[in-house]
Design a protein around this ligand. Sequence first.
Ligand SMILES: Nc1ncnc2c1ncn2[C@@H]1O[C@H](COP(=O)(O)OP(=O)(O)OP(=O)(O)O)[C@@H](O)[C@H]1O
Ligand SMILES: [Mg+2]
Length: 263
Amino acid sequence: MIELVDLVKSYDGVTNVVDGLNLTINSGELVVLIGSSGSGKSTILRMINRLNSITGGDILIDGESIQAKNPIELRRGIGYVIQKVGLMPHMTVGENIEMVPKLLGWDKKTRRKQAMAMLARVDLPAKEYYSRYPGELSGGQQQRVGVARALAVNPDVILMDEPFSALDPITREQLQQEILALQDELHKTVVFVTHDMDEALKIADRIALLKDGEIVQYSTPEELLRNPVNEYVREFVGNDRLWQTPEFLYARDIMRTNGPVSA
Ligand SMILES: Nc1ncnc2c1ncn2[C@@H]1O[C@H](COP(=O)(O)OP(=O)(O)OP(=O)(O)O)[C@@H](O)[C@H]1O
Ligand SMILES: [Mg+2]
């Protein structure tokens, strides 16, 4: 479980870009942080793995303050996937995935076996991709390697910052499906940042809608759609729905028969 408690972040000591935020993410839950550009989403993720310092309040993982932990140790237990992937270009796919296992002192054989297994998990045939360099892969394939790398040491927590936003819609859809399939199997605690409501509605157990460093609404996708707490949420959901994939909502409404309003 991850708990953000009265969390504050200020970069300049004047403005709070995260402003007294409270959020609980249960173990095994996939929570999406969504909000307009500059609302503080990446800042929050980077505070969870201590790439950003905390100005006020605290973050607890399984009841323990992350500030009491060694940042390097902490990060080893947290997978991190970002939009630009961050694969090392001079290292093969296999070497990239094995980076953290190697740091942890895993022997070569175990590392290789794990890398192969992770590649298979993200649907990249290991035989074909293990020895390639990142520059020889498509954007979608690189992003899959990024996910494989984040999973390599089996962390309980995975942070994903707009991991699919640079991909074409079809590849993006495939990776969203893959994340859902992985999550069904692995039940990680996932914090996933996006500014795409369609993506959030598809993959989230719960969605936290942020505005100016505060949470406007935190609820299931269905609740967000059916009972937006105010006009801001209504517009955020509504606008996206209209110009992105209204057919998705239609499909979901048909599929769900156990909601507050029967289909
Ligand atoms: N290193 C930094 N130094 C100073 N200000 C920063 C820094 N990083 C982010 N900010 C500011 O903090 C605010 C929140 O930024 P953040 O990157 O968390 O937003 P975001 O919600 O991830 O936005 P986007 O959707 O564009 O990625 C912004 O106003 C940004 O300019
Ligand atoms: Mg961001």
